[in-house]
Each structure stands twice: as C-alpha cells, then as structure tokens.
Design a protein around this ligand. Structure first.
Ligand SMILES: [Zn+2]
Ligand SMILES: [Zn+2]
Length: 139
C-alpha cells in the first residue's frame, strides 16, 4: 500500500500519490524555517506530478531558493498549511511536506540539506548525511 496519503490542517486539500516515496530529507534553509514556522522541513521526494488532489488545489507562492533558483511553494489557501514544493533545480521531483501525511510513522530521513543555517539546538542524527547547502548531486 502506498503510504503517501494526507492533507492540510483544515482538510480542504487532500492528496494521494501514484509514486512511492523516493527519499526523505530534512531542509534547514531559512525559507523552510519561515514557511513552516519551525526549525526545518521534513520532505518526502515523490515523482514530479504524481500527487493527486481531492478537494481544493493548493495555492502557490512563487519563491526563490537560497541558491537563487525558482521554488513554487504550494499551500492550502484556507488554513495556510504548506503541502509541497516544486524546486527548479530538482525538476523530476515534488517535495512533499511530511508533516501533512496521515501516517508519518514510516519516515526515515537520510539527508539533511542547508545545514549551515540549522538552528544550533537541533540534535544531529548519525543516520543522516548532512550537507551545508544542497547536495552536489541535486538536480
Ligand atoms: Zn487547509
Ligand atoms: Zn528548505
């Protein structure tokens, strides 16, 4: 069974994915901190375009990443929950905000990006490979 089923806080945006999870990462960039209102985003990579929405389509904030390239930040217009991001430098992937999953018990982040802007109190995991910015292989 595909574990990628979820939605926003108010329930107006609900999704499933035709793609299995490809990887799970955390992102400590300043933009993720601002958008999420917390220390980092937990992101599940799925194949671009594989998310299917029931109910409202997410709204879009046109952002630029810390590296300067376009990032479409997709969110619920009713409650403001971030849902997923489309990042120009990773055109094959949609980055789902893992906090919106109905069941997040299977998550196992293995990559930590933009660690140079991580909040200093956040403990490091020995199961995560950290990169100061984006990993060299991104995109
Ligand atoms: Zn909502
Ligand atoms: Zn980020």
């Amino acid at each position: 069974m595909n574990p990628i089923v979820g939605g926003c806080l108010c329930g107006a945006v609900r999704y499933t994915s035709k793609s299995p999870p490809l990887m799970t990462a955390i992102c400590s960039c300043k933009h993720c901190q601002r958008q999420s209102g917390t220390a980092f985003s937990v992101l599940v990579a799925v194949t671009k375009g594989s998310l299917e929405f029931v109910g409202d389509e997410p709204s879009t904030y046109h952002d630029r990443g810390s590296s300067g390239s376009p990032v479409l930040r997709r969110f619920c217009a009713k409650c403001g929950s971030p849902i997923f991001s489309e990042v120009a430098v990773t055109p094959a992937i949609d980055w789902l905000k893992a906090g919106t999953l109905d069941d997040a018990s299977w998550l196992e982040p293995t990559v930590g990006i933009w660690d140079e802007s991580a909040q200093p109190w956040v403990p490091k995991s020995d199961r995560i490979d950290y990169f100061p910015q984006s990993p060299p292989a991104a995109g």
